[in-house]
Write a protein that binds this ligand. Sequence first.
Ligand code: IPD
Ligand code: CA
Ligand code: CA
Length: 273
Amino acid sequence: MKPENDILNIMEQIKEAAWEAGGMMRSAYDGSAEIAPARVKEGHANFVTEYDRKVQDFLTTRLSEILPEAHFVGEENGKDHFTQEDAHGYTFVLDPIDGTSNFMHHYGPSVTSIGLFRDGVPYLGAIYNPWQDVLFSAVSGMGAFENEERIHSTEDTLSMSLVSIGTAPYYQELRPQVWKLGSYYLNRSVDLRRSGSAAWDLCMVASGRIGLFVEPRLQLWDYAAGAVILTEAGGKITDLQGRPLDFRGPSPIAGASAGVCRERYLPDIPDCV
Ligand code: IPD
Ligand code: CA
Ligand code: CA
């Protein structure tokens, strides 16, 4: 395992890879009004663009140069589930573009999300939003940062906070839960938000803009990097019943700020995943 200095050096190289990946995303808008889907995946309106694939390929090559011994789990590389061998040594968990629908429609946040696990446990996270040129990063035990600035989640209570709801768009069977969650938190918070990028939502909780983010189902690459950033910012990430995550695959997600996680904030709704 790498000593502390090495990991900071590795983080710098990972950030450079994230910036470069963001540049690739920005280049998609050069002269083109629309980004067409290259492929449709299983589920409702689950599109993949040529950029999802390009960014994934770029990150896999670049990150393998930084940590040659690392394994990879990535949304678009055909190795999209955690295996026994990923639980040893270093494993990158990648979402090349989180917020593909936003990306395609020139709307709001889409980010590149890089998680690094050490012996099966989330260890480092880097999430870059190329549209705002903002990079969130954290290494376990070393704090969380927005660009160069240390960040902390808010101390505000739920009733004083914004809540972001992820709609689990690809899973039509989860629609009733999504609406129940929306109604539940609209009654208990300042207001609801829906960003279209789960990785970004977790950064928004980490940086104190939002008090709580919930979504009935996310894949490992949607929340792996954000989990490190939020935890290092003093927040808490669990499933919707408050159970710790095992970081092996899909899960319902609740990411709460320091203030919100001191209260009863989990959805007290029967049958809500
Ligand atoms: C999606 C985004 C979205 C969330 C979905 C995710 P993708 O990721 O994070 O906000 O609601 O559940 O799948 O498909 O754009 O990488
Ligand atoms: Ca995603
Ligand atoms: Ca994606």
